[in-house]
Design a protein around this ligand. Structure first.
Ligand code: FHN
Length: 415
């Protein structure tokens, strides 16, 4: 292939046939919303990385605890916005690499209930609000904890040690980490676990199969992302362009709306709705999901540009969602110059056509005869022309479909 893809694919150690049933809602969901919320949004700096990379001292970073009020954090409104976007699941950072838990963990003192003026569990009300709206609740959890004294690499260069040289210390860390996972499983029963940071240790060091087993023992239907050194259920390419299909059955592209995961006031490089929808439909056309990230401000309010984006996306999905949700990957390339999907029963093909397309859309080599062609959101059937029809068969050969501008979507039409 000539297609550039910078994404290193995970080694999968789970047999896809064994998880097929529980993966169905995920395969149908197509859109999730990622939420990076933590004390880093107080100053609006890099989540965790800012102190790890010594852009700010550790004490100054942790000083943000004092400013973390969450007094504009409104889980019901947030869940409503997520629902409105058309997303069917949301993934909330329960703890980033900085080690600050968003729930009242009894493992260690570092959580927003004990250490910040917010003084409350931020997870429970959000998960309840999501579930009340039929949106699945996912837990992002950083395996890495750069605040824990037993974790190797608390600060970038100091406190690093080889796990093999200090097994007892590492075992203490794993006990702590697993204790937190037990708490999350028992208190919130996540529909999906979104691990991060597995790259710092091997599957053996993380004891990854045991972690997987443990989570499944709490809830056999829970879904685990691939960042557990391969002991997860789906692949997780990140900010990977052009969108390409990983060689694993289930996958999800995670992506920021601007250039950062958490809230950063100077970052105004927001993608446009057209860009987001084109990336979204590309992912879906290759059989994947999009996990689109928002970064609430320190007080918990959502930046207006992100609110707008989710609303635009929601309006588009409302009109065009039939071509996206519950579909399967589209036609192989060569049939059509763009993204496409198929209905599960293969009787309908959905073509995604950018706005203001004036030349007729061309579809090549369909094997089926055509019943009807129309634009989602309009009842008027489109006229079309078949070129090269073979007299003794119903195969259309080349199919040209002019799309009147009056029927076109302002971003991407679905034919
Ligand atoms: O280091 C993190 C980063 O801060 C962010 O949370 C992203 C989201 O996928 N994950 C990590 C890098 O892969």
């Amino acid at each position: 292939t000539m297609l550039y893809t910078g994404y290193a694919q995970a080694q999968h150690r789970v047999n896809p046939d064994e998880i097929k049933e529980k993966m169905q809602w995920f395969a149908d969901a197509k859109l999730g919303i990622f939420i990076h919320y933590g004390i880093y949004s107080v100053k609006g700096i890099d989540e965790s990385w800012s102190f790890h990379n010594k852009k700010i001292s550790y004490p100054d970073y942790m000083n943000q605890l004092k400013g973390f009020t969450a007094n504009q954090y409104k889980p019901d409104e947030l869940a409503e916005l997520i629902k409105e976007s058309g997303a069917r699941y949301a993934v909330m950072t329960t703890k980033h690499h900085d080690g600050v838990a968003l729930w009242n963990s009894k493992y260690g003192p570092l959580n927003v209930v004990k250490k910040t003026p917010a003084k409350r569990d931020l997870l429970k009300p959000l998960y309840d609000a999501l579930r009340a709206r039929g949106v699945k609740a996912g837990a992002y959890f950083s395996l890495i904890d750069w605040s824990h004294a037993d974790y190797p690499g608390f600060l970038k260069d100091s406190s690093r040690y080889q796990v093999s040289s200090q097994p007892a210390k590492w075992a203490k860390y794993l006990t702590f980490m697993n204790g937190q996972l037990d708490e999350l499983a028992k208190q919130y029963n996540p529909d999906l676990w979104w691990f991060d940071g597995d790259w710092e240790h091997s599957a053996e060091e993380w004891n990854a199969p045991a972690v997987r087993q443990k989570l499944l023992s709490y809830n056999p239907n829970t879904i685990i992302n691939g960042r557990l050194q391969g002991f997860g259920d789906y692949d997780t390419p990140e900010q990977n362009f052009p969108v390409s299909r990983p060689n694993y059955k289930w996958w999800e592209l995670c992506m920021t709306i601007n250039d950062n995961w958490g809230y950063q006031p100077q970052d105004t490089n927001f993608k446009t709705p057209y860009e987001i929808i084109s990336i979204f439909t590309d992912a879906v056309s290759y059989g994947g999901n999009l996990l689109l990230d928002i970064g609430p401000k320190g007080d918990g309010s959502i930046p207006p540009q992100e609110v707008n984006m989710l609303k635009e996306l929601g309006a588009w999905n409302k009109k065009n969602g039939e071509g996206v949700f519950n579909t399967v990957a589209g036609m192989p390339q060569g049939h059509y110059y763009g993204a496409s999907t198929l209905s599960k029963d293969s009787t309908t093909v959905y073509l995604f056509v950018p706005a203001k397309t004036s030349a007729p859309v061309l579809v090549k080599g369909l094997k089926n005869s055509i019943k009807k062609i129309s634009v989602l959101g309009s009842d008027t059937p489109l006229t079309y022309k078949i070129v090269g029809k073979i007299s003794w068969s119903a195969v259309p050969g080349l199919l040209y479909i002019p799309i009147p501008e009056s029927q076109q979507d302002k971003y991407i039409s679905v034919i």
